[in-house]
Write a protein that binds this ligand. Structure first.
Ligand code: LLP
Length: 426
């Protein structure tokens, strides 16, 4: 019998016989073939989430926020599904290019793009550069002039909206390293300066208020402020600004019982409700596409019980493949994936293998009390900002990403090797 587990797991996840399967492939088979830790991405879930955003915004633009997770294969999926792509460094730009997407469908972000990055973007023909500072307006104008092109740009505005999320990932307030403050008058000045540059063409305004947002209020407030700012600029300069891009930010549930975020269609409806008819909306969802698609698989290495204190379950990854608990206090769930257990649950703390006490993946989670070395643990909602933020701390090699679909599995990012690490040393 196949039993679908619950919301935080990708749509093809099921208990088949004794173990977890994803995309029709068993966790034990995945671990045996590809090793652990590994990220397992459910291609059907990824595609369905892309399609949901695309269908929520007919006539608009959906740029996947590549910072959540990017590799050439993901670029090919996006391309096939008709999405565009947001990149924020020369490195992401190179991956976009390697994935073969048309440059016109790429938007280039970042608060400190170098002249070299801007030259690479302009030479490749990126669809749009989101300018983030007065320095960058000059820098980009010079690069575009030298290349003999008129570069389409959006101005990044910080609309003074405080999204209800972790301080490190809130970006829309006045005190932000990103963009031009609307309240302080810097955004209006940025529009003036862009319009004064013959090599730049203003095609839109952009705001991104934060990430892992689970209610509509912040989006609706940003939309109202941005729409009114846009109309004022149009009047001031006698121009039309055809696009408002609202960035990313829609959150996901990491654990059963977490707040259920709105669907893409609800976010779009909240934005459209306040947009003037001539303005085309755009969005840049990252986490809400990639996050729920992926399960991280770990093998349990040791179980240490300190009587009356705590039981530690150590797995073969940790803060190098998921820095989010340590950085943001992010909370995850996990399940025993390699066998069925009828043992009563007990509360344990799942830790990684790094030389640091803060290397905690999940504090206080109920797992079967017979959990033992060799068992596999699966952590859902691991698709966004995990492989993308993975490090080589303690010279640990970064895990592979395995795409599963209809009973087959293939590597889309290979496991790093010690040889890869040693290659850096002259
Ligand atoms: N657009 C811009 C301009 C952004 O800065 C971001 C995310 C996105 C789109 C995509 O946002 P999303 O839909 O994924 O929320 N490392 C943090 C999240 C940082 C988000 C950075 N910017 C985390 O792990 O929670």
């Amino acid at each position: 019998m196949t039993l679908v587990i619950d919301d935080v797991w990708p749509r093809t996840a099921a208990w088949a016989g004794e173990r977890l399967t994803i995309g029709g492939v068993g966790a034990r088979e995945l671990a045996a073939e590809f090793g652990t830790p590994a990220y397992v991405v459910d291609q059907a879930e990824f595609e369905a989430r892309c399609a949901e955003w695309r269908d929520a915004l007919p006539g608009g633009e959906v740029h996947y926020g590549g910072k959540a997770f990017l590799c050439p294969e993901i670029v090919r999926w996006l391309d096939r599904l008709g999405l565009c792509l947001d990149v924020c460094t020369g490195g992401e730009l190179a991956v976009a290019r390697a994935g073969g997407i048309a440059p016109g469908r790429v938007v280039f972000h970042g608060n400190n793009k170098s002249a070299a990055e801007l030259r690479a973007a302009v030479a490749w023909g990126v669809g749009c550069v989101v300018v983030d500072s007065f320095t960058e307006i000059e820098r980009l104008a010079a690069v575009a002039t030298a290349a003999g092109v008129r570069q389409s740009v959006m101005v990044r505005v910080t609309p003074g909206v405080n999204a209800h999320t972790h301080e490190f990932i809130a970006t829309g307030g006045d005190d932000s390293k990103f963009g031009f403050s609307l309240n302080a008058g810097l955004a209006a000045e940025a529009v003036r300066r862009v319009l004064a540059e013959p090599s730049l063409e203003l095609t839109g305004l952009h705001s991104h208020i934060g990430s892992q947002i689970t209610d509509l209020d912040g989006f609706a407030l940003a939309a109202r402020r941005m729409a009114s700012f846009l109309l004022t600029r149009e009047l001031e300069h006698g121009i039309t600004i055809p696009k408002l891009d609202f960035g990313g930010g829609l959150g996901i549930a990491y654990r059963p019982g977490d707040p259920v975020p709105p669907r893409p269609a609800e976010v779009v409806a909240a934005l459209r409700a306040v947009l003037p008819d001539h303005v085309r909306p755009a969005v840049e969802p990252g986490r809400s596409i990639a996050g729920p698609t992926t399960v991280a698989l770990y093998e349990v290495g040791t179980v240490k019980e300190i009587p009356g204190v705590r039981t530690y379950v150590s797995v073969d990854g940790g803060m190098s493949d998921n820095p989010r608990p340590a950085m943001y206090g992010a909370a995850y769930t996990a399940a025993l994936a390699s066998r069925r257990s009828d043992a009563p649950p007990r509360v344990v703390t799942v830790v990684g293998k790094h030389c640091e006490s803060g290397d905690v993946l999940i504090r206080d989670i109920a797992l079967p009390s017979d959990l033992r070395p060799g068992d596999l643990l699966a952590v859902p909602a691991s698709g966004a900002y995990q492989r993308a933020m993975a490090s080589n701390y303690n010279h640990v090699t970064r895990p592979p990403v395995i795409a599963v679909s209809e009973g087959s599995a293939r590597v889309i990012v290979r496991r790093e090797t010690e040889e890869d690490l040693l290659r850096l040393y002259p």
